[in-house]
Write a protein that binds this ligand. Structure first.
Ligand code: GLP
Length: 245
């Protein structure tokens, strides 16, 4: 795993965005795996700015998102679909038919998981997967568990995740209790992985993810086994690691 430490959140976003921009420039028809949450917001802002000043072209790009809340339609303001439209899809020239997320409104779980897994396979896999890090070490919505789940699946969200994500909802009761997510194997098929982490509240878990024992109880630890992972962290997120260097 490569670790790039930046001073603040904004620098972290610019660095992560520049890695994604290189991917887009070198392979204009890349399949990009995208993430939601507060962390990537600044990354999408930077990519948008580079698109607007003519430095980036998304016209041949395809995107697949990591996850979506079960039961939420794309026009629901809390859905990840809506988030992506607001922060990226509506701002760059990414073709409408090439922006993919799990369909939260498809309540036929087996069918939806199979559809999304097959879709990623048919696209030829992911060239670069952007990841954030959950407070409990989750990636996508792969929650701590006794085993790594390989493919796209429906997951019951951990209490800690509901607690962490309630900031985006009017009331904690509104946070969906389930979500569709790419599995660990789906994420691992990505040729390159870019993990973006910000803030002191992620410092302990980031250290564990990068150097702790590989176990499904801290799902992000599996990234240690991938051959091309770049971690971009701001100083606060990297403080536990830096303390030992
Ligand atoms: C959600 C998403 C994850 C994301 C995590 C961290 O649970 N499913 O993909 O990485 O939140 O979000 P934040 O960046 O807001 O801390």
């Amino acid at each position: 795993m490569r670790l790039i430490i930046t001073e603040h959140y904004n620098d972290m976003c610019r660095k992560a965005a520049s890695i994604m921009a290189s991917q887009i420039t070198l392979k204009p028809d890349s399949v990009l795996g995208l993430a939601t949450g507060a962390t990537p917001v600044g990354i999408y802002e930077q990519l948008t700015a580079w698109y607007q000043n003519g430095e980036l072209d998304f016209s041949q790009i395809t995107t697949v998102n990591l996850d979506e809340y079960y039961g939420l339609a794309p026009d629901n303001e809390q859905s990840y679909h809506y988030f992506m439209t607001e922060h990226l899809f509506s701002k760059v020239n990414l073709p409408k038919g090439r922006q993919f997320l799990p369909d939260g409104k498809n309540l036929d779980t087996d069918r939806e998981c199979e559809r999304y897994q097959n879709l990623i396979r048919l696209l030829g896999g992911i060239d670069m997967q952007l990841l954030g890090l959950g407070h409990n070490g989750h990636i996508g919505f792969n929650e701590p568990s006794d085993a790594f789940v390989k493919e796209v699946h429906l997951v019951k969200l951990a209490e800690q995740t509901i607690e962490a994500n309630k900031r985006f909802f009017a009331r904690a009761e509104d946070v969906p209790r389930k979500a569709y997510t790419m599995g660990i194997g789906t994420i691992f098929q990505a040729k390159k992985i870019l993990l973006a982490v910000s803030g002191a509240q992620k410092a302990k878990i980031l250290k564990q993810v990068m150097y702790g024992p590989i176990c499904p109880q801290v799902p992000g630890t599996i990234l240690q086994l991938h051959s091309d992972v770049t971690v971009v962290a701001d100083r606060e997120a990297a403080e536990e690691i830096e303390a030992e260097i």
